[in-house]
Write a protein that binds this ligand. Structure first.
Ligand code: SF4
Ligand code: SF4
Length: 201
């Protein structure tokens, strides 16, 4: 689930131009087999999850971060206002740590998300990530594994709704990037509950 976000001007591929019907069929495949990608976690995701799991206090937050999260690579294209050219920045971000031989999310229990109401933005916004919305090939690739994208039945999402999800994703990533930039890309300042050892894993 790598995110390479480049622009607020999100183009919608022809596949989604007229909207689609989509409902999760609970096959659990997108919560398993993370050798193909990651689930990124942002501050609001951590807040929502820890509130839901009733994790309070610094020690418990540290333990939560160590058990359920890991530090992963991220990138973001950014052009300073007024500059002609921008560049892609590479930095660290937070993602779920996975478990078991099949590399499943810790919160996937009996093929169901045990934190459904508090699941991260990336889980909530699937399949309307920018990389899928604007790129037909990426969308078709995910169709091979997602049952919901194979049956295409259920709730109707219009072009506007689809673009709204993808734009929200861009804005969340931009907010994180700008905060990291302000903190000299030191993830320990942005996520103080992480331990230094996690950076070396
Ligand atoms: S939080 Fe829930 S939806 Fe997201 S990867 Fe884990 S089990 Fe799947
Ligand atoms: S792969 Fe698709 S159908 Fe299966 S759990 Fe994920 S979103 Fe739902």
């Amino acid at each position: 689930m790598f995110l390479v976000l480049t622009s607020t001007e999100i183009k919608i591929s022809r596949t989604l131009e007229n909207g689609i019907e989509f409902s999760c069929q609970m096959c659990g495949k997108c919560c398993t087999g993370f050798n193909e990608g990651e689930v990124y976690l942002y501050k609001d995701d951590i807040l929502r999850l820890t509130e839901f799991l009733n994790i309070v206090g610094t020690k418990r937050l540290h333990d939560f971060a160590k058990k359920y999260t890991k530090v992963i690579n991220d990138s973001f294209f950014w052009k300073e206002p007024g500059r002609e050219r921008g560049r892609t920045y590479h930095f660290k971000t937070l993602g779920f740590r996975f478990t078991g031989e099949d590399e499943h999310c810790h919160f996937l229990i009996e093929n169901k998300c045990s934190v459904h109401v508090a699941r991260p933005f990336q889980c909530r916004s699937f399949p309307f990530w920018q990389m899928m919305v604007s790129n037909r090939k990426n969308f078709v690739n995910y169709t091979k594994k997602c049952k919901g994208l194979q049956v295409l039945k259920g709730k109707f999402y219009s072009k506007e709704e689809i673009l709204n999800w993808a734009t929200q994703e861009y804005e969340i990533e931009k907010k994180y990037f700008l905060e990291m930039k302000k903190n000299n890309f030191n993830i320990l300042k942005v996520h103080p509950y992480l331990s230094k050892e996690m950076l070396q894993e």
